[in-house]
Each structure stands twice: as structure tokens, then as C-alpha cells.
Write a protein that binds this ligand. Structure first.
Ligand SMILES: [Zn+2]
Length: 208
């Protein structure tokens, strides 16, 4: 599998490009900004984007999704529980001091347990509310990979003080949905360095 992780935008959101070497189909997760760089990587690998996944509707994760859809024709998928955050896009843009991006309701929804597949690559959506009500993670068991959005970070967890956030819900999501995954699972958080489920079980101070 091709997996490129590129931190995009002012908040350095980790955008993941997942591609299959044979079919050259790809999934892009969290194209928050820097569409030019994302396109360059797609072209470098000769990839065709089939799906655009958004782990949650915070501006740093979703802001480039409509542009990427316009460029590729791929549908945008996210969990509809984050639609209240989409309605607040003006306010989110004001927090960052950037122009309000074009954001639409999802073309298709990411519900818990939904299978996400392109030719040669299959994953499953885990609904992990807490950072936002619609936060999801993408688990790719064949690659021992979890794309965690802002639910779980190396040594930390997502903030819960923004609209829609809830601390106990977040911790429950992490325990019930993420810490049950194999310990060697590589976690790609929404910001910062990768970690593993095993490491976070052992050392994450928020999960002891
Ligand atoms: Zn966030």
C-alpha cells in the first residue's frame, strides 16, 4: 500500500493519502488545506482519488475537501453528527483568521462499522464521538493501521472544550473502540507523530 502523510495548513493537520499500488485507486483522509501538495503527491504516484474521508468537521480537517472533490470528482464522506459544526464554518474560520471555506453536507455518510473499500484496500469506520459528536476513525486491519483524527494523539487525547466536545464520551470511545485493537496497530493521529495502540495503553496519562 502507498501511504503518504502530509501535515497541511496552519494547524498542520495530518492528511493521509492511501493508495493501492496495483489498481492505483486512492482514498484521501482529511484534506484540510494545501491542495497543490496533495495533487502533486497523487500525480507522483499516478493515483485516482475514489473517496474523500473527513474524520470530523473541524475546519483544519475539512476545509480543502470541496476543492479536492472539484478536482477529482470523488465523493466526500463524513459523519452527519458533525453537521452543526459545518453550519458554524464562519465561526471556525474566524477562530483561525482565514476565509470561510466552501463546505457541503456529506455526499455519503460514515456510520459506525461502515466498510470503506477501494480496489486492493479495505477498512472500517469506527464512530468515536467525544472530540466532536461526529468524529470517526478509519481502521485498516490488513495494514495494522488506524487513522485516528483528533480522537487519540501520541501521549494525549483530543480536546473536548469546543462545541460538540464531551470529555467522558471521548474517553469511553477510546477505551471501547480503540484500545481493543491489536497493540501493534499504528496510530496516525490528526496532528503530530504516529504512535501505537500498545504504547498509548501503557503511557498515555489520559487513559490510565
Ligand atoms: Zn479537531
Amino acid at each position: 500500500m502507498i501511504h503518504e502523510i502530509l501535515p497541511v495548513g496552519a494547524l498542520q493537520c495530518n492528511c493521509s493519502i492511501l493508495g493501492d499500488e496495483t489498481s492505483r485507486e486512492a482514498i484521501v483522509v482529511d484534506p484540510g488545506a494545501d491542495l497543490q501538495r496533495i495533487q502533486t503527491i497523487l500525480q507522483h504516484h499516478g493515483l485516482t482519488v475514489k473517496q474523500i474521508l473527513v474524520t470530523h468537521a473541524h475546519i483544519d480537517h475539512i476545509a480543502g475537501a470541496a476543492k479536492l472533490k472539484a478536482l477529482t470528482g470523488a465523493p466526500i464522506l463524513y459523519n452527519p453528527n458533525d453537521l452543526p459544526l459545518v453550519k458554524m464554518m464562519d465561526m471556525q474560520a474566524a477562530w483561525l483568521g482565514i476565509p470561510t471555506p466552501e463546505v457541503h453536507p456529506p455526499d455519503d455518510t460514515l456510520e459506525d462499522g461502515r466498510v470503506i473499500a477501494i480496489t486492493g484496500l479495505a477498512g472500517q469506520i469506527l464512530h468515536t464521538p467525544g472530540h466532536t459528536q461526529g468524529s470517526v476513525c478509519l481502521h485498516v486491519p490488513g495494514q495494522n493501521l488506524l487513522i485516528a483524527g483528533d480522537t487519540l494523539f501520541a501521549g494525549s487525547v483530543g480536546r473536548t472544550d469546543l462545541p460538540g466536545g464531551d470529555g467522558p464520551t471521548l474517553i469511553r470511545s477510546i477505551h471501547n473502540k480503540l484500545l481493543i485493537l491489536p497493540e501493534q496497530t499504528i496510530v496516525v493521529p490528526g496532528h503530530g507523530p504516529n504512535t501505537t495502540i500498545g504504547d498509548e495503553k501503557e503511557i498515555n496519562p489520559f487513559l490510565q
